[in-house]
Write a protein that binds this ligand. Sequence first.
Ligand SMILES: Cc1ncc(COP(=O)(O)O)c(C=O)c1O
Length: 444
Amino acid sequence: MPLSRRAILAGSGVAASSLALGAPQASAAPVSDAAARPFDPHDWRSVRAQFLLDPSYAHLSNFFFASMPAPVREALARYRRGFDENPYNFLDDNMFGREEDMIWRDVCAAAAEYVGGRPEEIALTSSTTMGLALIYNGLTLRPGQEILTTTHEFYPHHESIRLAALRSGGSTRKIPLYESSFRYRPEEAVARIRAAIRPHTRVLGVTWVHSGTGVRLPIRQIADVVRDVNRQRDDADRLLLVVDGVHGFGAVDEEVAAMGCDFFAAGTHKWILGPHGTGLVWAKPENWALLTPTIPSIMTKEPQDAWRQNRPPNGPTQASWISPGGFFAYEHQWAVIEAFRFIQRIGRRRIHDRIAELNGALKQGLARMPHVTLHTPVRSEHSAGFVCFDVQGHTPKEVVRILRERRVVASGTPYAVSHARLSAGIVNFPHEIEKTLAIINGLK
Ligand SMILES: Cc1ncc(COP(=O)(O)O)c(C=O)c1O
């Protein structure tokens, strides 16, 4: 008997209780009581109890690759079980049967609710990297047009731009938005962008929260600059704002669809706490129409019907045409629904405030240490969930190693100039911040 989509989404499709899921580690001292009680989204101990994170570590690098909360693990296991029990029927019923039974549509609906947009504005990807590549590779630049970006982008953004320019013959230019990240001023960053835009600049690519410094850009103000520029342009030459949004998405209290960018790419396997290998791109229909798909999609009928009828697809490109086929790890993609539900239950504002509070405490503590150079701006409006710093007499790698030996998970930024990096999230507590600061203080 096929598992109905409603039953699967509600969690009753298979005997979830038999899967022994979600049992938090008994030794998690501050959360073990909370684990025994029903989930209370207003209690941070109860939030932490939803994760299987090893309680013997302070996990201050969770931004990297999410540990999934219990409801996401449970959904993932339900879907996996459905695939293991009857892979053909399970996929056919939930992906290729009736339009209204396609679970990916529920993923888009959950994502749309979170971004404040519409389901048909969401393409589902496997990562931020894939989203950026699909955007830049899909855009057509005319000869002489350029992509303007910054020196602060991470590898997948710079590389997507470089590869797109290689293919289309366009040019690229990188500008710094600040000299000192610690003294970063958003007005100056916006002014630098305004001054750098030229008549032939077709695309502006920026990152919301810089993973090399912790700086957060004011996307709304940058979008205002783009809007001003576009007042003087024909629609066909519109300047397009592309945002690598991964480290603001799930960390900052913003409705992405209201920020004013044209394309927004993010993974959902970092701050959104979804399964690994998941992500999305958000854009309005008129912007999707500008893209040529890179990877054949199997999420929507028109491109496949067109193939069967030996004709080009009819109509403008839509988000679903950009969502790549072939078969995905659908159990991962579909369980993203539960990740959005989980963070929505806690509340975007509360998550933002908690991240600002914990990372703020890290920054204040580090700023007081004479042997530490803090690179992330102290003000919470100018940063998000990263704290980048250097310790005199130690390389970033050494700092990360020493912290790890003392059971604090830090990271080194993987840029040309590397710093040590901490990142507190909703799974952390003030005592972990104090412990980390004490270790770094001891490195004098
Ligand atoms: C700014 C930035 N963009 C993109 C990525 C890559 O994200 P993904 O693994 O989702 O492709 C990272 C990785 O942390 C990043 O820091």
